[in-house]
Design a protein around this ligand. Structure first.
Ligand code: SAM
Length: 363
């Protein structure tokens, strides 16, 4: 079966409905929506706007792909029906592809398919190469085979310039042995995913503030990049962060603390009402206390999307009113659970405000 038009999203299992609400708010398109644990499909009457396939503009999607065809597979020979289905696609979808990725939902049902995908990849790669459909020396679109079971696969494609660069849309982050908490992975992933020029804007000699720092996982990420950090928390810092020469631990309330001089970075992982955190972050920018911030919005409530919109509206109206130009981006990271991680940064004066979650312009 080849549906007219489909967009295939990967997401965290259990957050398909949040993604649906985001889809409705952003696309404004009538679409038939189907979802199962870890993924969702929007079926459209028309070709999707290219920006709807820009993975970094979605909060709840780890990957956004153009779905091309759904293929039913037999038990014995899975290769032939896949090759036949690719050969039956319109000419511009027959390759040569720059790469082929075999993937599956990140869910209890999907994870057992990982071994099969691993074993099947070299067979498929060879068959595609022999048919001139795969050429890794070229730049250009990537082919994705998304197995929802051993007998069903979605053929989809992505433009690597706008897709997640990681299989399954999951950033691989190494757990540093010296980090005092696993939550260090969250900030590490946030810097990889949300901060495009992290190498340039996180430099030795800069100063950061970590609100809700204990036991020190986020502080660890900043000091390993050479920043000096004010770590604000009534709780204790642990391990190497407790005595690190670049860390000044202050047992203060994160909602009251303000730096004496403006800092380069603010990070905030306090478990608090999201709107309260959003107001606090906006206030730091309006007062000129920081230029960059990474912060978590904890979302244990049922209606997460309206809460996100409320928080973003708070931030945007405060910064707009102050005449600031900024970038605001957000993502439910792989290491996030019932929360999202946001990045807010001032832009240089000549640049326009950029909201990554903006409703795409109509062509
Ligand atoms: C999720 S933990 C932070 C983990 C930390 N980011 C890490 O990587 O190790 C939340 C922390 O926020 C702190 N916290 C909550 N409310 C706070 C407040 N009003 N002021 C300062 N710290 C607060 C808690 O004491 C707790 O240590």
């Amino acid at each position: 079966m080849t549906p007219a038009t489909a967009v295939l999203f990967y997401c965290r299992s259990g957050f398909e409905n949040d993604l649906y609400q985001e889809w409705q708010a952003r696309s404004g398109l009538q679409a038939r929506w189907e979802s199962a644990a870890g993924y969702a499909l929007a079926f459209l009457q028309e070709e999707p706007e290219p920006t709807l396939l820009h993975t970094d503009s979605w909060i709840f999607a780890r990957q956004a792909l153009r779905g091309m065809a759904l293929v039913e597979l037999g038990e014995r020979d899975r290769l032939s029906p896949i090759l036949d289905a690719i050969a039956a696609l319109p000419a511009h979808w027959r390759g040569p592809w720059s790469a082929v990725w075999l993937e599956h939902p990140d869910s209890d049902e999907g994870k057992p398919l990982s071994g099969f995908c691993h074993r099947f990849t070299p067979l498929l790669e060879q068959a595609l190469r022999e048919r001139g459909m795969l050429d890794p020396t070229r730049d250009g679109p990537r082919l994705h085979l998304f197995f929802t079971g051993l007998n069903r696969v979605w053929l989809a494609c992505s433009d690597p310039a706008h897709a997640s660069p990681w299989p399954l849309g999951i950033a691989r982050v190494r757990m540093p042995a010296e980090a005092p908490s696993r939550s260090t992975l969250k900030l590490s992933e946030a810097l990889m995913t949300l901060v495009p020029d992290a190498h340039d804007c996180l430099k030795p000699g800069m100063v950061g503030v970590d609100l809700g720092a204990a036991p020190g996982g986020w502080t660890f990420q900043l000091v390993t990049r050479g920043l000096k950090v004010f770590a604000i928390d009534n709780g204790p810092l642990k391990g190497t962060m407790a005595l690190h020469p670049y860390v000044k631990h202050l047992r203060e309330d994160g909602f009251r603390y303000r730096p004496r001089h403006p800092v380069d970075w603010l990070v905030c992982d306090m478990v608090e009402q999201p709107a309260r955190v959003a107001k606090l972050i906006a206030d730091w920018f309006v007062r000129g206390d920081t230029r960059h911030a990474v912060f978590n919005l904890k979302l244990p409530m049922k209606k997460r999307w309206p809460e996100i919109e409320r928080c973003f509206a708070l931030i945007e109206s405060a910064l707009d009113e102050a005449g600031l130009r900024y970038t605001l981006a957000a993502k439910q990271l792989y290491h996030d659970r019932e929360e999202i991680t946001c990045y807010l940064a001032l832009r240089r004066s000549a640049e326009r405000t950029r909201r990554r979650r903006q409703v795409p312009d109509r062509v």
